[in-house]
Design a protein around this ligand. Structure first.
Ligand code: NAD
Ligand code: TDX
Length: 332
């Protein structure tokens, strides 16, 4: 088995590559990645080059996509512009990569008749109220809020159309917020951990009441592998680990785990259009494919993640100053 993993040098993609490397020792992996600011070849360090090859290319490059897809058995498509705050400053790269790039992946999968798994997000469903008793399910109507989530929603719709109109052998998964090692310091949890290491206060958008449904990235990987191997073609599966927490609780827990006063954070201005709550009902994946998460203790997973950032300062240090300079510009 040879798979192409687009975006395999980013946070979730590289964790998936390491997971497959360990769990499927006879598989070969071509990582197809543009190495944007969010991709890092160091995320693949230590992996045997006879099994993992990095193809440095853009999913907008039709020829490069065609060649990679022609030479594999299946594609797992993670590549995307992934940060909401960036999409509010500069939406075009999101349209280009998330929509047009996915179009190229679909056309290549169609031409070469290859199995495709498309990675998406719970944000395509918009947000829930804090007391909504019903979580997101595969039947929840699409209602995205931000340029990022609307381009992800668009990419999902393209996949559905290529399945129905052209018979492309595809599945889709929509996952909740991931945490774990190798996540860029622009994202919520690594930003706060590294702010504390640098001697500054964590930054909470608005009141901090917004709820995210946290899942360890390794559980996302096991969910994707389960769907790739056993999922029904044309189906959408939601991946989540019942990890709802509001942002204030998460900041307080990070501070506590790092030996600080849990109140020692600051409020900064809110994100425009900030989604209030995401929550995943993953029962289809549990009941139909027998998947369940391993990281059921958020505090333990968070503590391991904090340790990883403490031990890998050389990894995140090059991203940090530039990221904070960007946040200063927008007052967050
Ligand atoms: P990331 O920003 O850390 O990584 C994205 C990767 O894609 C990088 O390696 C980057 O170089 C690459 N890339 C970007 N544009 C490209 C292009 N045009 N051509 C080729 N490669 C390109 O993102 P992430 O957080 O690892 O997210 C990966 C996927 O998972 C995305 O599709 C995202 O929408 C989805 N997702 C993320 C989360 C989350 O919590 N982070 C949750 C659910 C779904
Ligand atoms: O400094 C911060 N302070 C803060 O309060 C940052 C960076 C974020 N936040 C808040 C905003 C959100 O409510 O924390 C929450 C999480 O923020 P992000 O890490 O930016 O994630 P989110 O916008 O929820 O989107 C993430 O999950 C779904 C990923 O970035 C997406 O790629 C994924 O699709």
């Amino acid at each position: 088995m040879k798979i192409v993993v687009t975006g395999g040098a980013g946070f979730i993609g590289s964790n998936f590559v390491r997971y497959i490397y360990r769990e499927r020792p006879d598989w070969r992996i071509d990582v197809f990645d543009k190495l944007t600011y969010a991709g890092d070849r160091r995320n693949l360090e230590g992996l045997d080059e006879n099994r993992v090859t990095l193809i440095e290319a853009d999913i907008g490059d039709e020829q490069a996509v065609d060649t990679a897809v022609a030479n594999c058995d299946a594609i797992v498509h993670f590549a995307a512009e992934s940060h909401n705050d960036n999409s509010l400053q500069s939406p075009w790269p999101f349209v280009e990569t998330n929509v047009v790039g996915t179009y190229h992946i679909l056309e290549a999968a169609r031409k070469h008749n290859k199995r495709l798994h498309h990675i998406s997000t719970d944000e395509v469903y918009g947000d829930l109220s804090l007391d909504d008793p019903v979580k997101f399910t595969p039947n929840t109507p699409y209602n995205p809020s931000s340029p990022y989530s609307s381009t992800k929603a668009s990419s999902d719709l393209l996949v559905r159309a290529w399945v129905r109109s052209f018979g492309v052998q595809a599945t889709i998964s929509n996952c909740s917020n991931n945490y774990g090692p190798y996540q860029h310091v622009e994202k919520f949890i690594p930003r706060q951990i590294t702010e504390i290491i640098e001697g500054r206060k964590p930054k909470l958008y608005g009141s901090g009441k917004n709820v995210r449904d946290w899942i360890h990235t390794e559980d996302h990987s096991s969910g994707v592998l389960t769907i790739l191997e056993h999922g029904r073609i044309s189906e959408t599966y939601l991946i989540g680990a019942d990890g709802e927490k509001n942002n204030k609780e998460v900041v307080e827990l990070i501070l506590e785990l790092m030996g600080k006063n849990p109140d020692d954070y600051e409020h900064v201005s809110d994100r425009p259009g900030h989604d209030l709550r995401y929550a995943i009902d993953a029962s289809k994946l549990h009941n139909e494919l027998g998947w369940s998460p391993n990281y059921t203790d958020f505090k333990e997973g968070l503590s391991q993640t904090i340790d990883w950032y403490k031990e890998h300062e050389d990894w995140w240090r090059p991203q940090k100053a530039e990221t904070e300079a960007k946040y200063r510009e927008i007052g967050r």
